[in-house]
Design a protein around this ligand. Structure first.
Ligand SMILES: [Fe+2]
Length: 350
């Protein structure tokens, strides 16, 4: 068996965040032990700190996880947790969602979350969400097993983590991908080169990864934050920088993640940089981030129309945002509006 120490902590965080996103009390990543034709627990998480399933071993075909690997398809099921293939805790009846981890038809393992409330079964949307986190994890795990580029493995893993973090907040589903997309479109308008466009896309996907380090009470608070809470929330850009920094191939993304909340007038954070002292990519991310936040529902306010979002950006040009970047973004949005529907370039779906 290979050692996974390098990515163990990250895998654990992914399980924990996926379970939280799906309102599950337990989450388990099991991998296939090819020699024994068994599944063993790679990492397990539970909301009460007891990882009752840590020593669990299942035959291929046994319990829900075993069946998922055998039949290579996701499953949702309700019943006694023991009959689902898990050890019993205080609750008997549970509902479970299990997705296969596989690469090119080769089964690697299974990702499972369990709710200790059989009245609330998992939905198809839950299945899709866990499925996309699972496929991203499969890539990372396979790279690790094959001893491929360590950096790339770390990158694949934090991409899965970014998905899991974002999934915890249903209001932000798809936000990071869209920020990457808009940032790239602004870059195109400004005439930036291919490499910079890729950097903008990666930075968009990863810009809020530091939210992994923010407590859920603050992250998910369904109301505006008080000043102390705001201070804590603001740490996410520096935490994100620290997560991205070890990846050499993302060296250009590091500063953009750190500075995506700077303001053109110098009143932003974490450094209060002003004007062109803020990296161009970070000024671009700020516009993309603001626009997507305005046109998306939040727990305490409804989304605004595209027209109002454009007005808001215009109003903030020179204050919060770089006027040249705002102008480039408006050119992109307006160009899109003028073209017939079929030619529209769509942002990625949530
Ligand atoms: Fe942010």
């Amino acid at each position: 068996m290979n050692s996974y120490e390098g990515i163990d902590n990250l895998l654990n965080l992914i399980i924990e965040n996926s379970a939280a996103a799906l309102e599950a009390q337990r989450g388990t990543l099991m991998l296939v032990d090819g020699e024994k034709q068994e599944l063993y627990v790679k990492t397990a998480w539970s909301n009460n700190g007891q990882t009752a399933d840590a020593n669990l071993r299942l035959k291929i075909g046994e319990g829900i996880p075993g069946l998922v690997v055998k039949e290579r398809r996701a499953m949702r099921s309700t019943g006694k947790s023991s009959s689902l293939g898990f050890s019993n805790t205080h609750q008997d009846e549970a509902t479970v969602l299990s997705v296969p981890l596989q690469l090119r038809d080769h089964p690697l393992g299974v990702l499972t979350v369990l709710r200790e409330d059989a009245e609330r079964p998992f939905t198809e949307d839950d299945e899709m969400l866990l499925g996309s986190i699972g496929s991203q994890m499969a890539v990372a795990i396979e790279n690790y097993r094959l001893n491929l580029d360590v950096e790339r493995t770390y990158l694949e893993t934090i991409m899965a983590l970014a998905l899991a973090v974002e999934a915890k907040d249903p209001y932000s589903a798809g936000h990071s991908k869209r920020v990457g997309y808009y940032a790239m479109k602004i870059g195109e308008q400004i005439g930036l080169d291919e490499e910079m466009l890729r950097t903008l896309n990666d930075a968009g996907v990863l810009h809020d990864i530091g939210k992994i380090g923010i407590k859920d009470e603050i992250l998910l608070k369904p109301a505006p934050l008080d000043p102390d809470e705001q201070k804590i929330m603001q740490q996410h850009s520096a935490i994100g920088e620290a997560i991205v920094r070890p990846i050499r191939s993302l060296s250009k993304v590091v500063a953009l993640v750190r500075h995506h909340h700077e303001r053109f007038d110098g009143a932003g954070y974490p450094n209060g940089l002003k004007g062109e002292a803020i990296p161009l990519g970070a000024r671009i991310l700020a516009v993309a981030d603001t626009y997507d936040a305005i046109i998306t529902d939040r727990p305490y306010r409804k989304r605004m129309s595209i027209e109002r979002a454009k007005d808001e950006l215009r109003r903030n040009a020179g204050h919060q945002h770089d006027p040249a970047v705002v102008e480039a973004f408006l050119r992109f949005v307006e160009g899109k509006e003028e073209r017939p529907a079929s030619a529209k370039s769509q942002p990625p779906a949530a």
